[in-house]
Design a protein around this ligand. Sequence first.
Ligand code: 4AD
Length: 469
Amino acid sequence: RALRSCSSAPSPRLKPSAKLSVRDALGAQSTNGERVKVQGWIRSVRSQKEVLFLHVNDGSSLQNLQVVADSSFDSRELAFGSSVEVQGQLVKSPSKRQNVELKAEKIEVVGNCDAKTFPFKYKERHPLEYLRQYPHLRCRTNVLGSILRVRSEATAAIHSFFKDNGFVHIHTPIITSNDCEGAGELFQVEPSSKIKLPEENFFNVPAFLTVSGQLHLEVMSGAFTQVFTFGPTFRAENSQSRRHLAEFYMVEAEISFVESLQDLMQVMERLFKSATTVVLSNCPEDVELCHKFIAPGQKDRLEHMLKKNFLIISYTEAMEILKQASQNFTFTPEWGGDLHTEHEKYLVKHCGNIPVFVINYPLALKPFYMRDNEDGPQHTVAAVDLLVPGVGELFGGSLREERYHFLEQRLARLGLTEAYQWYLDLRRFGSVPHGGFGMGFERYLQCILGIDNIKDVIPFPRFTHSCLL
Ligand code: 4AD
């Protein structure tokens, strides 16, 4: 591809330039006039007297690199949004706004941008709802850039947490024949009708996109003791809510030889606090941008969450609190009923905006795999949800029913005995008390950044009536 140059070629005597990211250029310690090459997209163009100032960004940093060019460069070629390759000398900047700037010797426009039809305007702060219409371009804005860099950093922090704590990473399958949660919110997988199959059915059994990797993790925790997975999860929930997606990422852990919910809750709390502390220290500018411009007050709310010990209440206590609330709920709180979003919000507020674990739910509300508490007529299971400010339910977990006869009876009542023979086998061959949890990764990002709509923390959101790109 021919590159169009905005200036004459540099003198052939000059050394070839070292390629630097904007982030590395901005952090350069010595500025002895090294020749460097930087590639990126123009974020602003400003001419002042005989000098042209460009801000160039390549996504490696929230900060732009200032490029200074003399009047020999044609500013008409250098439009907002165009991609460029700049070669020049990295020098100390006279401005207080940045330490270094790039004195351009050569600027090549790699790809022009038609600023008139480009959906984003220079210096305008576009609302997140507006940006959502452009999933193919919104990553070039400051705000989506910051959110997605935080997402990347948080992914690494979560992997580090598990590695540092002796967990083995397992790739659980995306295509599965089980409905772990038993809620029937499944996307069925079938080959396209163009594919001629020797048999009627590709897999011989109905196959689905996974709703959770938990059952596969349980298999693996029976060999590796502590395991985790972090991958895409799919739910055919007919919801347009600000905290549900049809495709979301879930962080799931499974731990053998765990005997109490207390042990599980400790891991959940440590995971939340450790990953968040790393994110805050590794990308403070990106987090600050979200806190300042999208969620004022979020910085203090997050510090409050990190400082306090998370609280614990039982489902029964939660219902009592809700019943005594002066607020009128759309769904009347009643023992045996679900905790709805409005209830979760109320409980978190009631707990002083400290994350709160709600434990021991009615057996009838929860999936077949949760451990029976054998606690008389109320009949609860050892389940735990973590509710957090601004989001509601962030984690869901439980002790698993590791006792063969209890599990066999539960499965028989649901008519699942045959399908789950392999799962019963885990209780026949060296069963151990165990438990685990899943954390919705997008909800985690919403919680730490204070972002109201889940569609803004995932690169390409999928939800009812929407699968753009
Ligand atoms: O509570 P859930 O359904 O738990 C499970 O799937 C367990 N099998 C996990 C385990 O124990 N290994 O989902 C866990 C979390 C929820 O607390 C929520 O944060 C998130 O996943 N989540 C969603 N996030 C976005 N969109 C959706 N449709 C979600 N459904 C659940």
